[in-house]
Structure formats: C-alpha cells, structure tokens
Design a protein around this ligand. Structure first.
Ligand code: NI
Length: 177
C-alpha cells in the first residue's frame, strides 16, 4: 500500500492540461494502485492522476453502479485511461460536489444525468462505459481534472457552513434508514 500526497487547490499542477498515457507498463499500474490506496485512505469517491502530481490522463472512480448500500470494501474501482466523453444526456442533475484537492468546500454543480465514455484499461484495451447519477457526476468531475478544471470553477453555488452541515445531516439520516 502506497499513499501519495494529494495536491491542494493553489498548486499550479492542478491547473495544467494532462497529457495522454502512452505507456501501459508497470509504472502506470503502480500509479493506479496508489491512486486507489490514496482515495480509499481519504474516503474519496474519485481521484485523478494530476491530483497526485502526475500530469497524465487517467482517473479512478468508485463503482457504485447498481449498488446503493455500498459497502466500501466490496466496492470496485473503475480505472479510466485516456477517457473521452462521447455522449452526455441533455437531462441534467444539480447536486453537491466536493474534491479531495479542495478540502472542506462543497458546491452545487450541474452535470449530465448520464454520460458515455470511451477509454482504455490499464493494459491499453479500449472499452466504452456508461455512468448514471453519481457515477456520471464522478466521470465529469474527474475528466475536468485532466483539463485543469476544478469543481469550484463550474459550481453554480458554493455552500456556506450551515448548508454543508445540513447536507451531512441529510446524508446521516439516509444512512440510518
Ligand atoms: Ni476532484
């Protein structure tokens, strides 16, 4: 298990456009494994390579598809290398979003309800994957990281302290059900 340092807002690396992954080798696999460890350790939902200072087009997102009461240990991690959003629904969802690189900040961000992505796996094989709801939100949020964008750039509203407390109370209630 290897944890990497998560860069925080203000670090110029988070503002750069990442380059495509060209070598599907052990170095990439180590990066992906470390992203998983680092995200799990930080209780994150997704993590992109530039967030740990590697300016390459790769990210991971927790796979909660079809699994509403996600037991974190059972949760798979989706790995997307050189991802391209090839379809996005016109239907949008406005919802709360945060980021491990912007700790303590939450905002309301409008994202497509469904997106389809074409990407490569860790061995370089191409595949297509569809995400809905939280997964679509994660795909969009992490794709933004690869182009140097943070959710605070696209949020329609940044929540104040009271609104954040209300948001987490709501989640606790949902978890308690
Ligand atoms: Ni983020």
């Amino acid at each position: 298990m290897a944890l990497r340092n998560i860069l925080k807002d203000g670090d110029s690396a988070l503002r750069k456009k990442s380059r495509p992954v060209t070598d599907f080798n052990k170095r990439l696999w180590e990066l992906l494994d470390d992203l998983r460890d680092t995200m799990t350790d930080a209780n994150g939902f997704g993590l992109a390579a530039p967030q740990v200072g590697v300016l390459r087009r790769a990210f991971i997102v927790l796979d909660t598809r079809g699994n509403d009461d996600s037991d974190d240990d059972d949760c798979n991690v989706l790995e997307l290398i050189n991802p391209e959003i090839i379809e996005a629904s016109e239907e949008m969802q406005a919802g709360p979003e945060g980021c491990l690189s912007v700790p303590g900040v939450w905002g309301i961000v409008k994202r497509p309800m469904r997106v389809k992505i074409r990407a490569q796996d860790r061995y370089g094989n191409f595949f297509e994957i569809e995400g809905e709801g939280m997964t679509a939100r994660g795909f969009c949020h992490e794709s933004d990281h690869l182009d140097g964008r943070l959710f605070t750039d696209v949020a329609e509203k940044i929540l104040d302290r009271k609104e954040i407390e209300a948001l987490f109370d709501e989640r606790k209630e949902e978890d308690g059900k």
